[in-house]
Design a protein around this ligand. Structure first.
Ligand SMILES: Cc1cc2nc3c(=O)[nH]c(=O)nc-3n(C[C@H](O)[C@H](O)[C@H](O)COP(=O)(O)OP(=O)(O)OC[C@H]3O[C@@H](n4cnc5c(N)ncnc54)[C@H](O)[C@@H]3O)c2cc1C
Ligand code: FES
Ligand code: FES
Length: 481
C-alpha cells in the first residue's frame, strides 16, 4: 500500500471484454450502485430497479469470480453493490445470455412454461435461475425455491416460474458463456488484484484493499471512514436516504478474511466469509446456525453479506447474533498493532454499539462445536418465512442431567435495543425438572427480563407472547426428541 495516490480506476469484464471505469473522468461516483451503472448502458436495460433495497430481485445480475482458478457464478442484487467493488469480476446480465432471435435455454424455458406476464421481474428471475443453471449439480424443488426466494413477481404466479427452473436446471447444455469461459478467466486473471484501489472523486474517497494488512493500515489512518464488507446494510443509506458517504473502506475483496477453518473443537470463520458460505459450512456441525441462516434474507443477500457485517451492524434483530451467543462464539478484533478476542456475549454494548475500537476490524469469528450433552436451537419469528427480518428471534443452549436443567442460556433478538440474555427466565429453570409446568412458570419471567418496544412490526405485548412461546416451542422440540 505504498502508493496512497488515488488510481481512480477499476477494471472488470462486461460483454466479453475488459471494461475500465475511470472515476476521475466519468459521471459515476464511488457509491454509484452497480444497478445504476448498468442502467446507464443502453445494452443492459433489462436490469430493473424495483425497490432499491434488496427486497424484489428485479435488479438481479450474476457475477462470475475466479475461485481457486475455477469460475464461480452467483446471483446478487445489483442495487446493493457499490461500483468499485466489482473490480476484477465478470458481470453477466440477461442481455448477455441471449436475445429475442436466440434465446438462452433459461429464457426459452421461461417463455415455454409461461413464466412471464408483464415482464418487469422476468430478467431478475432469469438471472437467479441462470446462477442455478451454472451449478454443476441438478437442482430439486427446494433448492429452486431457495434460489428464487429473493425474486418477487406480482402477476405471473410462481408455479410456472418454478417449473421453468426445474425443467432447465435438470436439462443443462453447454451455453455460449461456458464456451468462452477460458477467455474470460484469462481476462480476469490479467486484472491486478494486489495494489489497493484508491478512488478520490466527487468529494468522496473509496478504498478497496485486497489484503488484511492494507485494510488494517487504512482503518488506522482513517478511523472515521465507514467500513463495509457486503454493504447490504450500508448501501441503503445511499439508495434510500440519499446520503453522501464521504469515505469508505470496502473489505469485500480482502482475500485473507474470506476463509473457513474447521477443527475438532471449533470452526473459525473469516469476517469476510459470506453468509451463504457460512450456511453451507455449518450444515451438520452447527445446525442451529445453519437453520437460522436458511431463513436469512435471500440467496442474493447471503451471497453478498458477510458474517463480519452482520455482527458489526450490532442490530437488535441481527439474526446471527443470538445463535452465535448461544454457541458462545468469540470475536477476534485486530488493529495494525494489536489482536484480541472478545466473547460475543460481551461484544455488543448498546444500540448498534460494540467493543470494536475505531482502529480495529472484526477479523475472525470462532465458534465452538457443542459437546454431545449440549442442545442448541434457534428460531425466527417474522411476518414471512423468506426474505423478512425478525420480529422476535431466540436461541437456546441447554444441558440436562437426569432431566434436570444443569445449564441454560437464553438469548432473544427483537426484545430490546440489543440482543440480551434472559437471566431471570434462566434462573427460574436452573436446577429444575425440564417439564412443561416449570417451563410455563419460567415463561412468565420474560416480562421481567424485557421491556420491548411497539413498532410497525409488532406491539410490545405480542413480542412478549412470541418470546414466551418460543421457549415453549424449544421445550416441546427437546422433549419430543
Ligand atoms: C433485503 C435485505 C434482507 C435482509 N435480511 C436480513 C435478515 O434476514 N437477517 C439479518 O440479520 N439481517 C438482514 N439484513 C441486514 C443485512 O443484510 C445484514 O445485517 C448483513 O449481514 C450485513 O452484512 P454486510 O456484510 O452486508 O454488512 P455491511 O453493510 O457491509 O456492514 C454492516 C455494518 O457492519 C460494519 N462492519 C462490516 N464489516 C466489519 C468488520 N469486518 N469489522 C467491523 N465492522 C464491520 C459496518 O461498518 C456496518 O456498520 C437484510 C438486508 C437486506 C437489504
Ligand atoms: S431493486 Fe429490488 S432488489 Fe434491487
Ligand atoms: S411477470 Fe409481472 S411482476 Fe412478474
Amino acid at each position: 500500500m505504498d502508493n496512497m495516490n488515488p488510481n481512480n480506476k477499476i477494471s472488470f469484464v462486461l460483454d466479453g471484454k475488459i471494461t475500465i471505469v475511470d472515476f476521475s473522468k466519468s459521471e459515476y461516483s464511488p457509491t454509484t450502485t452497480l444497478l445504476h451503472y448498468l442502467r446507464t448502458l443502453p445494452e443492459h436495460k433489462s436490469v430493473k430497479e424495483g425497490c432499491g433495497e434488496g427486497d424484489c430481485g428485479a435488479c438481479t445480475i450474476v457475477m462470475g469470480d475466479l475461485v481457486d482458478g475455477k469460475m464461480q457464478y452467483r446471483a446478487y442484487d445489483s442495487c446493493l453493490i457499490f461500483l468499485p467493488s466489482i473490480h476484477g469480476k465478470y458481470i453477466i446480465t440477461s442481455e448477455n445470455l441471449g436475445n429475442a432471435d436466440n434465446l438462452h435455454p433459461v429464457q426459452q424455458a421461461m417463455y415455454e412454461f409461461d413464466g412471464s406476464q408483464c415482464g418487469f421481474c422476468t430478467p431478475g428471475f432469469v438471472m437467479s435461475i441462470y446462477a442455478l443453471y451454472k451449478q454443476e449439480h441438478e437442482s430439486d424443488r427446494s433448492e429452486i425455491k431457495n434460489a428464487l426466494a429473493g425474486n418477487l413477481c406480482r402477476c405471473t404466479g410462481y408455479r410456472p416460474i418454478v417449473e421453468a427452473a426445474e425443467h432447465v436446471c435438470n436439462n443443462k447444455t453447454e451455453d455460449e458463456i461456458s464456451k468462452n469461459e477460458n477467455d474470460i478467466s484469462e481476462m480476469l486473471s490479467s486484472i491486478d488484484k494486489n495494489e489497493l484501489i484508491s478512488i478520490h472523486a466527487n468529494e468522496q474517497r473509496y478504498f478497496l484493499p485486497f489484503n488484511k494488512k492494507d485494510a488494517l493500515k487504512l482503518r488506522r489512518m482513517y478511523p472515521d471512514a465507514i467500513v463495509v464488507t457486503g454493504s447490504t446494510d450500508i448501501a441503503l443509506r445511499v439508495t434510500k436516504n440519499n446520503e453522501l458517504l464521504p469515505m469508505i473502506i470496502d473489505l469485500s475483496q480482502v482475500h485473507d478474511l474470506n476463509f473457513v477453518e474447521e477443527y475438532e473443537e471449533k470452526i473459525i470463520f473469516g469476517s469476510n466469509f459470506k453468509l451463504e458460505d457460512v450456511r453451507q459450512s455449518s450444515k451438520g456441525k452447527l445446525d442451529a446456525l445453519y437453520d437460522i441462516l436458511t431463513v436469512f434474507g435471500s440467496l442474493q443477500i447471503r451471497n453478498r453479506a458477510a458474517l463480519g457485517g452482520n455482527l458489526g451492524s450490532a442490530s437488535p434483530i441481527g439474526d446471527s447474533i443470538p445463535v452465535l451467543m448461544a454457541y458462545d462464539a468469540e470475536i477476534v478484533l485486530e488493529s495494525s498493532v494489536n489482536r484480541r478476542s472478545v466473547k460475543l456475549r460481551d461484544f455488543i454494548t448498546g444500540y448498534r454499539q460494540t467493543e470494536c475500537k475505531s482502529d480495529e476490524l472484526i477479523t475472525e469469528v470462532h465458534v465452538p462445536i457443542p459437546n454431545d450433552n449440549q442442545i442448541i436451537k434457534s428460531y425466527k419469528n417474522s411476518k414471512r418465512k423468506d426474505l423478512d427480518i425478525s420480529t422476535v428471534s431466540a436461541s437456546f443452549v441447554l444441558r440436562l442431567t437426569e432431566n434436570k436443567v444443569k445449564e441454560i442460556a437464553i438469548f432473544y433478538g427483537g426484545m430490546a435495543a440489543w440482543t440480551q440474555r434472559a437471566k431471570n427466565t434462566e434462573q427460574k429453570l436452573i436446577g429444575k425438572e425440564w417439564n412443561r409446568e416449570n417451563v410455563e412458570n419460567a415463561m412468565k419471567m420474560i416480562a421481567e427480563d424485557y421491556n420491548p418496544i411497539s413498532d410497525a412490526r409488532s406491539g410490545a405485548k405480542a413480542r412478549n407472547i412470541m418470546a414466551a412461546n418460543l421457549l415453549l416451542k424449544f421445550w416441546s422440540e427437546v422433549s419430543e426428541n
